[in-house]
Ligand binder design. Sequence first.
Ligand code: ZN
Length: 484
Amino acid sequence: MKRLLAVLAFALFAVSSPVSAAPKQADVIIRHVTLVDVEAAKAAPEQAVVLHGGDIVAVGPDAAIARTWRAKQRVDGKGKFLIPGLWDMHVHFGGGPDLIDENKALLPLYVANGITTIRDASGDLPDQVLGWRSEIAGGRLFGPRLLTSGAKIEGIAPLWKGTIEVGSEADVDAALVRLRDRDKVDFVKITDSTLKPELFLYALGKAKALGLRTSGHIPMALTVQQAVDAGISSIEHLDYAYNAGAKDEAAIAADFAAGRIDRAEANRRLDAGFDRATAMAAYRRFAAKGVFVTPTLNGSRIIAYLDRDDHSKDAGLAYIGPKLRKTYEWRVERAAKADAAAIAARHKQIEDVGTILPMLAEAGVPIIAGTDAGFLNSFNYPGFGLHDELALFVDKGLTPAQALASATRAGPAWFGWLDRYGAIKPGMAADLVLLTRNPLDDIAATRAIDTVIMRGTVHDRAGLDTMLADTKARVAAWDAAAKP
Ligand SMILES: [Zn+2]
């Protein structure tokens, strides 16, 4: 009988143990929150999320999670919406060695805006940026996870600084091996100010063979399709994708390559030749080849309307150091020189180009959110600009869910990391943003940030405000020091 009781007691214990066992210990628990499933475009209320170190370890209905988990820190998610951390997949750092501190001061602006990962698409400070990447990863520098192309590949004596200049296939080979083995870059950026078109295509193919992803500006002497066929992984700036919709793109590229027409005439003919059926066929080929597009609409919009919009009172200016603000003048001066016809053409161009955004989505081309924020790119404010970019995506015809996916899932998808980023489930990185409104209803809700969690560390609204205030104070001190 005693033995039977013992067995019964054991059996009862075994049955009840999942409930009565000591709760599991973790670092952070977010209670009573509405989870936003970006992929399914659905929101699930009354959930809890458990974080341990830099990982999400449990997700489920609040009551069940609360029974099984204890955590050192509790975040109240009642009435709030949890999304994966945002990614800005096109930013720049640069402006020369004098501007290193001012560039570094931009990093907290991203975090304060819910951005937990940025992709640097190259500037003229590649070695500093590579250094920051490891300092951030090692916890020695505060900032979002930084992914970078390192120095971009260019032709000989290009417009841009901080490049690796290549004039032959052997140069391209050496550049790619250096980027892969010495700099361990996250991807390769190729621009075309002086790069020979045939070397551009060669570099795309060679990079692919070496296992490197590529992005870049496509030379006017080539068709976009040639770059796609050669293996380009992402097309930066929507105008290149727009050009692929011109019926006679190949003839225009050939005329430009032979010197029969200049860039302005080529652009005019590309715009005039745009044809919906041609464009949709091209975009289906992008999708089939796995090519992503980063529109950078916000940057293009700001430049196109510099004649009309007064930026002198922008709130964002207070976060930008004086030397970086000075780099803004380049675009402003260039825009001021344009005549009425050029301005009208620029306005028409930006509106025309925007119409292809829903076409790309319809064709199944993944759209990546990236701002082009950084030096030179006037009034496109690091961190804040991503929310402007997402608003533009919705203006141009994407759903809020598609826009949200462009800033949470497209980046990880491009790098092949969707098993770690872009969703809220166990095994994912603890990079999260808590919003006070539902972004699936209104994309502007991505600006309504209550809390940012990055690599498992909780930054509440007060902490985020301190980041912003600190940056403002640094800029004010630089401004004061710069006054004679
Ligand atoms: Zn750029």
